[in-house]
Structures are given as structure tokens and as C-alpha cells.
Write a protein that binds this ligand. Structure first.
Ligand SMILES: C[S@@+](CC[C@H](N)C(=O)[O-])C[C@H]1O[C@@H](n2cnc3c(N)ncnc32)[C@H](O)[C@@H]1O
Length: 197
């Protein structure tokens, strides 16, 4: 395998693999993609692979550690020039991207894996970011959301995001909420929002 190539074994048991698979199946290459929760850069890297040389990626996080880890990850495969890493909350993403410009916006809520669990996404800022993200999405674009609940995360964030998505007009958006139906202990929830073209 060459540097920068990706193995494509689908593991639907992993929420991020499932979301990546749906994004790749829907989004065309060379577009404009936003990673709203950079973390360790796995989603940013997937979006850079989709962007290739003609596309671009914006990635947000509020922790410098996330930017450092992600930058190193992208440098390792020679893709750091494709992404702009922004130290700011995703609830401000409309300061960096115009209305109806993004092909894909990707959220993976929660805390930095291996980091401080107290620094995490919150119901208030996450719902605001989703609201603003929907305006930034192009007609025909999609939003992918990995939503967690239980444990340190609690339930408020998940409930508020789902409440917001339920109110979206069906003639403008298709909202698909997936479930790991036979799993115990508050499994994560993959959600997809498609803005009609
Ligand atoms: C589960 S991690 C993301 C995982 C990541 N996508 C990856 O591939 O590793 C969630 C991230 O959201 C970040 N975060 C928390 N609040 C945020 C906010 N308001 N805006 C942007 N990022 C935020 C956290 O710092 C954390 O790094």
C-alpha cells in the first residue's frame, strides 16, 4: 500500500466507518468539506482524501491539542495543504464559510479521545452549529452526525439535536436517523441530513 492510500474494509460496527462510507457514497470528489469536530483528525483525513487536489477542507476544534495531532496526521500523508485547521468553536463556522457553499459537513460530538472529558461538545453550541451548518450546506449537500449519549455525555445534547432535526421541513431536508438496534448501554447514533437540490 502506498502512503496516503486507505484500506477500505467496511466495519459497520464502528460508527465513524459507517458515516465515512455513507459520505463517500454520496459526495462527489473535489468539493468543499467541513469537519466541525476535528479531534484526532480521522474525519479531516477522510475529507482530505475526498477533496483531492481540487477540493478544500475546513476543520474546527476548540483545543490546540486537536490541531497539533491533526496537522501531524495530515503531514504524514502529504495532505496538510488541503485543510485549513481552525482553532474556534463550530458554532462560529459561518464566519469562515458562506451560505450554500459546503458539500459535506461532518460532526463527531463528544470529547477528544484520550483527552479531558470535561472539554466536550455541548447541547447549546452543538445545536447552534447544526443550525448554522444547515445554512452553509449547498443544495444537494449532506451533513453527517455521530451522536453519543450516556456516561459523561448525558442525554441533553442528543435530545436537543434530534428535536431540532425533527422540525426541519421535509420538502427541504431528508433526515435519516440510524440506530445500533441490538446494542445495550446507549449506543452511538449515526444521523444523516440531506439538503434537497
Ligand atoms: C469525538 S471528538 C472528534 C473526533 C474526531 N473527529 C476524530 O476524527 O478524531 C470531539 C471533538 O470536538 C471538540 N469540540 C468540543 N466543543 C467544540 C466546539 N464548540 N467546536 C468545535 N469543536 C469542539 C473537542 O475538543 C473534541 O476534540
Amino acid at each position: 500500500m502506498r502512503i496516503g492510500e486507505e484500506t477500505r474494509t467496511l466495519r459497520p460496527s464502528q460508527i465513524t466507518d459507517w458515516c465515512h462510507e455513507i459520505i463517500r457514497s454520496q459526495a462527489s470528489e473535489g468539493g468543499f468539506y467541513i469537519d466541525a469536530t476535528m479531534g484526532k483528525g480521522n474525519d479531516t483525513l477522510m475529507l482530505c482524501r475526498l477533496a483531492k487536489e481540487n477540493g478544500r477542507v475546513l476543520a474546527f476544534d476548540i483545543q490546540e491539542e486537536a490541531l497539533r495531532i491533526t496537522e501531524a496526521k495530515l503531514q504524514e500523508v502529504g495532505m496538510d495543504h488541503l485543510a485549513e485547521l481552525i482553532l474556534d468553536g463550530h458554532e462560529h463556522m459561518d464566519r469562515y464559510a458562506g451560505e450554500e457553499t459546503a458539500d459535506v459537513i461532518c460532526f463527531n460530538f463528544g470529547y477528544l479521545p484520550g483527552g479531558d472529558h470535561r472539554i466536550a461538545t455541548s447541547a447549546e453550541t452543538s445545536t447552534e452549529a447544526v443550525r448554522r451548518g444547515l445554512k452553509i450546506l449547498k443544495p444537494g449537500g449532506m451533513m453527517s452526525l455521530c451522536i453519543y449519549s450516556g456516561g459523561d455525555t448525558g442525554f441533553e445534547e442528543k435530545e436537543r439535536i434530534l428535536c431540532l432535526l425533527r422540525t426541519l421541513p421535509a420538502r427541504e431536508y431528508t433526515v435519516i436517523v440510524n440506530e445500533y438496534y441490538n446494542r445495550e448501554n446507549c449506543p452511538p447514533m449515526p444521523v444523516f441530513v440531506f439538503k434537497r437540490g
